[in-house]
Ligand binder design. Structure first.
Ligand SMILES: Nc1ncnc2c1ncn2[C@@H]1O[C@H](COP(=O)(O)OP(=O)(O)OP(=O)(O)O)[C@@H](O)[C@H]1O
Ligand SMILES: [Mg+2]
Length: 406
């Protein structure tokens, strides 16, 4: 047996065990694709599936990719993915030349398409969709053997669907209120240039609860600070409701933050010499149509603590005051950078319950965490790696804060 055959067998076994160990179909597909992509060194991998209502439209179901595919759609017969779905025949563009397939390039914003394999994702009974594999991480094109292996692995993954319940429809998403495109951030220190963000593409949708995850130092805080108008990118664009914020003046940015953005940090940053209510009133004075301090304190469940000073409250209560302080501005979007990192389990749950309530009022929430379990609360989970988005999953079911265990 040659090396590539051995590698294929090994990958098949790993994918099989990942699928077998998963508790739900979504988890099986996610884990299966994750293992496939890492074993085969695939840069991006997207699972397209045919919408139940309109069998001619394919939506992204799950993807491991440097771009955000949430609102991308493919029509059966159009572009590589559309053709594969219609013909049920795999297509290989192993050594891709720019310009060869504009429809597909347009779909893959953020990718410099070098090599691609698209295979039908079909069970014995149904054509579910298409699996698309884009570029190898080492820069070499896919080989024919690798393309064969990917086709076989796609069949294996589809079997998991055959043995399981139906794929459920994803929840519809709101309009993109934030669009991040090609954002980079470098720090220059003498001759030393540190590239922290290396081309981030991400949308945030109105009303969603987005959780941002990633190893320490991968650039999560840097990205949030840029999107919140507290830092400027080295290059790239950030639009808020269609308005470009990159290149805005300091006073425009101040206005942008004041009118639209709430920020919650790991540390509570409350004024120690002011009561809970006074801390809120301080912010209320700065904005046009503030939420009354008492109302905000009620949302976070602290109506009975209005007159307490920060030193008279627990960490969780102080964090809830800082959430209330963000709410006073009635922000369109709240960024929370590891809001529970300093808290113990039960206090974290209290704070997360408040977050849940805030999202229920229609506020968009972007929350950074290191805690995998918290991902289950989110509508979407974005994982960053080494200065880029790396994986996006959509939770079809959101788990309540009180059901989280760690
Ligand atoms: N002013 C700076 N000068 C040089 N490098 C910086 C500067 N600020 C941040 N960095 C680097 O940028 C990288 C990303 O930092 P960032 O704070 O965004 O990471 P993070 O993902 O939020 O990490 P954590 O989970 O630990 O909070 C780190 O390697 C950090 O050392
Ligand atoms: Mg950070």
């Amino acid at each position: 047996m040659d090396q590539s055959t051995i590698k294929t067998y090994r990958t098949v076994a790993a994918v099989q065990s990942a699928i077998g160990n998963a508790r739900t179909l979504d988890a099986a597909l996610r884990e299966g694709l994750r293992v496939m992509a890492s074993e085969m060194g695939v840069e991006s991998c997207i699972m397209w599936y045919a919408d139940g209502h309109d069998g001619r439209v394919l939506r992204p179901y799950f993807w491991l990719a440097i771009a955000d595919f949430t609102q991308r759609r493919v029509t059966s017969g159009v572009g590589v993915v559309g053709r594969v779905f219609e013909s049920r025949c795999a297509e290989r563009l192993l050594d891709y030349r720019p310009g060869a397939d504009p429809t597909t390039e347009e779909l893959l914003v953020g990718h410099e398409l070098r090599s691609m394999v698209a295979v039908p994702f079909s069970t014995l009974q149904t054509d579910l969709g298409v699996l698309q594999f884009i570029n190898k991480t080492d820069g070499t094109p896919f080989t024919d053997e690798e393309a064969d292996a990917l086709e076989m692995l796609a069949m294996l993954a589809a079997l998991a669907v055959d043995e399981s319940e139906e794929l459920s429809e994803p929840k519809p998403v709101g309009e993109a209120i934030i669009q991040v495109r090609g954002v980079t951030r470098e720090y220059v220190n003498g001759d030393n240039v540190t590239k922290v963000l290396k081309g981030v593409n991400l949308d945030v949708y109105e009303g969603e609860f987005l959780v941002l995850l990633g190893e320490s130092g991968c650039g999560k805080s840097t990205l949030m600070n840029i999107v919140a108008g507290m830092d400027a990118p080295t290059s790239g664009s950030v639009e808020f409701c269609g308005r470009q914020i990159v290149g805005a003046t300091q006073s425009q940015l101040t206005e942008y933050r004041r009118d639209n953005i709430g920020f919650i940090f790991q540390s509570y940053n409350l004024m120690p010499n002011l009561t809970a209510r006074q801390n809120l009133e301080l912010i209320a004075e700065l904005v046009d149509d503030p939420m009354p301090a008492d109302e905000a304190l009620e949302v976070v469940g602290l109506s009975n603590r209005k007159k307490n000073y920060p030193s008279q409250m627990s960490g969780g209560q102080q964090q809830r005051v800082s959430i209330a302080r963000a709410l006073v501005k009635r922000p369109r979007i709240i960024f929370a950078d590891e809001p529970t990192a300093a808290l113990d389990y039960s206090t974290s749950i209290e704070v997360l319950q408040v977050m849940e309530r805030v999202v229920a009022t229609g506020t968009t929430m972007v929350m950074v965490t290191h805690n995998e379990e918290i991902c289950r609360m989110a509508d979407r989970v974005v994982r960053m790696r080494d200065g880029r988005t790396h994986e996006v999953t959509v939770n079809r079911v959101r788990v309540g804060a009180t059901d989280l265990v760690w």
